[in-house]
Design a protein around this ligand. Sequence first.
Ligand SMILES: O=C(O)C1=C[C@@H](OP(=O)(O)O)[C@@H](O)[C@H](O)C1
Ligand SMILES: C=C(OP(=O)(O)O)C(=O)O
Length: 745
Amino acid sequence: MTVTLGHVAVVGLGLIGCSWVKALRQAGCTTAVSGFDRNLDSMQQAQQLGIIDSYSEQLAEVVADADFIIVSVPIKAVRSVLEEIAPSLKHNAILTDVGSVKGSVASDVAAVLGAQFGRFVLGHPIAGSERSGVAAADADLYRRHKVIITPQPHTDTDALQQVVAAWQVAGAEVEQMDVVHHDEVLAATSHLPHLLSYNLVDTLASRHENKEIFHYAAGGFRDFTRIAASSPVMWRDIFSANREQILAVLDMFQQDLTQLRQHIEADDVTQVMGVLTRAKAARDHFSKILARRAYVEPMKTATISYLASAGRALSGQFRVPGDKSISHRSIMLGSLANGVTEVSGFLEGEDSLATLQAFRDMGVVIEGPHRGRVTIHGVGMHGLQPPPGSLYLGNSGTSMRLLAGLMAGQKFNVEMTGDESLSKRPMGRVADPLALMGANVDTADSGRPPVRIRGGSALRGIHYDLPMASAQVKSCLLLAGLYAEGETSVTEPAPTRDHTERMLKGFGYDVQVDGSTATVKGGGELTACDIDVPADISSAAFFMVAASIMPGSDITLEHVGINPTRIGVINILKAMGGNIELLNEREVGGEPVADIRIRSAQLKGIHIPEDQVPLAIDEFPSLFVAAACADGETVLTGAEELRVKESDRIQAMVDGLVTLGVDAKGTDDGAVIQGMGGDGQFGGGDIVTYHDHRIAMSFAVASLRTAEPIRILDCANVATSFPNFVELANGCGMHIEVVEEGATA
Ligand SMILES: O=C(O)C1=C[C@@H](OP(=O)(O)O)[C@@H](O)[C@H](O)C1
Ligand SMILES: C=C(OP(=O)(O)O)C(=O)O
């Protein structure tokens, strides 16, 4: 990027201004740099260090020839600087500042240079440190840091563009914001923390034996008070210039602090835990943002791809993570129960964590997860509170559809949003029957999220014949039925997973199941219980297919849920000739589990029985890989639901297999795949996953039998259902390298 700024003048030779100028000089954007500071030493030092070429004790002289003027002085000094330089400004000179408060600088500019003066661009770099002065100047200070520019309606476009470019040259990520909004946001994120930090140090240092505090208060004190070493003059000015906004957040903080004090006084440890766990979750999320692992506009998450190459025969005995469907439901029912529910084996994947966060947002105190343990302090059927904003459910269809049912029964309004993939998935299938029950549910165009539910509707029980075999829709209606007048019954066209029915019973709620119809009566209560979440058969499926297709393999997967509504993958693999044994079958907390031993076998193509489709609905991506390794043709029909999952899974799998040299064709409701047979190998290539976790993992499994490396793109979402997939896969014989590309702004 070539940026020509001409003669640059910097007024105020502190860390902020000097660092920027240093970066500009290094990039060759300046023809000359002059500097001014009230302090002669600083000017001399800046010249010696080559940050400025010239200085003068007369401010007017420093700016007289300048094309680009950086005002980098404490906020309250801006006005007098402007008054002093106004008469000497070159026609068309561009001015900008670096202050933490924009409203007061905007008024100073208007008062001194005129309300329509368009050459002053208000800016604020979110960087800096408690270090200060010329000597600390660092040309890299702004690299990958945000700079907020707050243009006004009368700001000249060319001046704005130059200032943006000058920041970009220094490596900054420039964002634009409205002046008032900036001051509100900064009051909360920067000004209040500084105020508290200064205040705490002052309180402790003045009331206690100083030596004791500074001697023993190592960790917490040091971390919390680092920023109290910042410049007092600068912060005095900020607290004064942004007074109103700071007072507003300070009041909010004081209220919350008073409440926390009350909880501690009353020894209400649950409420105290609520504050701590919510704060920890928020802080952990923030750490992810800093590491660019969380998606936050306008930052993109780091892109993760897998480079997968041929593996060896699989061996080992291990446990895959907890069942996603059961994990979601444990949070939902635990939150609405009376009493404390203890969950073990909880899936710490992004999907189930999205459900957990949603309930935290609605005021439920949830401890953990920590190594799969979660403690939920249930609030009872009517104890949820309105969330502070929309419920963001990430990639998780289950969260959104099941929550839609529960939210329909609340007194408050809720909006539910999701990521790009979830935002394309059909929600009319839950919104329509909920409306029949009397709920007030709105979706965006053609039934897509966001889903908005108005609270306070009186729900009435209905009978509903499900138009498709969907456990999510069934569960949504049963959960709404808990809040409805009378009976709600749902009849499904084919059996689907029945975890909701089982878990409701586990929480002491009466559910009648009669053939394909499940019925609940509204108005009951849930009683807390302990839940042992089995390993997820949907995650186990990748290893079942992997061991089946890789000659010489012999693995055992521990404690896998084998609920009869979930074992389609076992039935289908067995029908294809798979060597699968269920060992140590037992029941835990109302769900059957077993250890599953899989040995390699030459599979053969089959026409997959349609009654198995709902029982293996999430396992088809990996079953497509099994089919590609089989002898002969595999035909799938009756599986149109695959087209509305996280991606169109028929298309994504067929395209990927074709890329790897397999003869595969998609049909409206399934696919036809010609198996490569025993000696067949996949070719290499790039796989488009459409950010779908199951597509990514399925092609990783395929790589066991690849002749050339397979590059699998966009695999970050594997963390939605199977966070330690690569670790387990590589541990038992696969060969997957994770390639992470830096996030882009
Ligand atoms: O109820 C559940 O937990 C799920 C039901 C299925 O969705 P559908 O109900 O849309 O088939 C499945 O695909 C999803 O992964 C989880
Ligand atoms: C379809 C899936 O999940 P969901 O519908 O919850 O996004 C899945 O995990 O394969």
